[in-house]
Design a protein around this ligand. Sequence first.
Ligand SMILES: [Zn+2]
Ligand SMILES: [Zn+2]
Length: 371
Amino acid sequence: MKAAIFDPANQEKDGDRSVLEVHDINVRDPRPTEVLVRTTTSGVCHSDLHFVDGKWAAAFGGLPAVLGHEAAGVVESVGDDVTYVQPGDNVIMSFRPFCGECYWCLRGEPNLCPDPAGAQLAMDRLNWDGRPVVQMASVGSFGEYMLTSQSGVLKIPEDIPPAEAALVGCGVMTGVGAALYTAKVPGGSVVAVIGCGGVGLNVIQGCRIAGASRIIAVDILPNKLEYAEQFGATDVINASEVDAVEAVQELTSGMGVEIAFEAIGNVHAARQAWDMVRAGGTACIVGMMPLGSEVSLPGPEFLQEKKAIGCMYGSTRFREHMPKLLDLYRQGKLDLTGLVSKRFALGEINEAFRAMQAGEVARGVLDISQP
Ligand SMILES: [Zn+2]
Ligand SMILES: [Zn+2]
């Protein structure tokens, strides 16, 4: 199959970005509980960029990898023990396959499953001339086929278009889930969202769906703040022109917000989220911080009962929550189509990364095969 290979040790760079190359590689046949999925569409997410720009590249131990973790496809073949799907089924990929038996799965937190079977960072599914290729997050959607555990897919109806379905696989589930299931935004809340990329826009629309009364969006690019208003922001702050924390204090009569979301993966923005929160409030850190980074918080402010909480995949139980998001989409309450701002072919992946890094798109998607 054709796949865009990320191989930082052997690739030329464009600024800080590795230039991915499309090669023919091999994917093995499904084992008894695995499914092989033909990729129709893959989103290009900032978490992919964190590898391409080197912030997480060390996680793959120097091996080449197929990135991409936000995808939809059609089941091509299944292992002998697979009961959940059959060939021809449309699916959304989950980047957190679950085991169904561990402490976290039994607590109803499959997004935190440590995956003892090792499916989330599979090293034995793909190879390139005999050399192992890492499959990112058990998805690896920058290629024509994805091999995963049957617990790594959600079967969906055929009426959901592939690009819209793909985005639910990461950015939408993470962002809307951060609002609905991680921070559990109460109706009427006053919130702020730092970072209006693919995840941040979905935090914004998750807060809108939850009934927040004020949604203050913060970014440094005017076009992203326009997107933010389109997805439900009531106020916008351009942090390249003003101090974002001071601006939030001004907009809230000096109180700060009840919940602030960090949706970039930047330690400075995480601290800003904390500083925007009023006593008793919550800073919800959604972005993927660089490996080795640390966030520092002012100790005395814990006496104000301020809380900092992390977020993995919007606290989703994806087999329960993704179908609910698709219903909200059908009802016109969740905007998926508006997120798809540009389409690329697999061979244009470097251009897709450039457009994302430049903040030109809400979400760029790769059309990899026909449904
Ligand atoms: Zn992602
Ligand atoms: Zn588990």
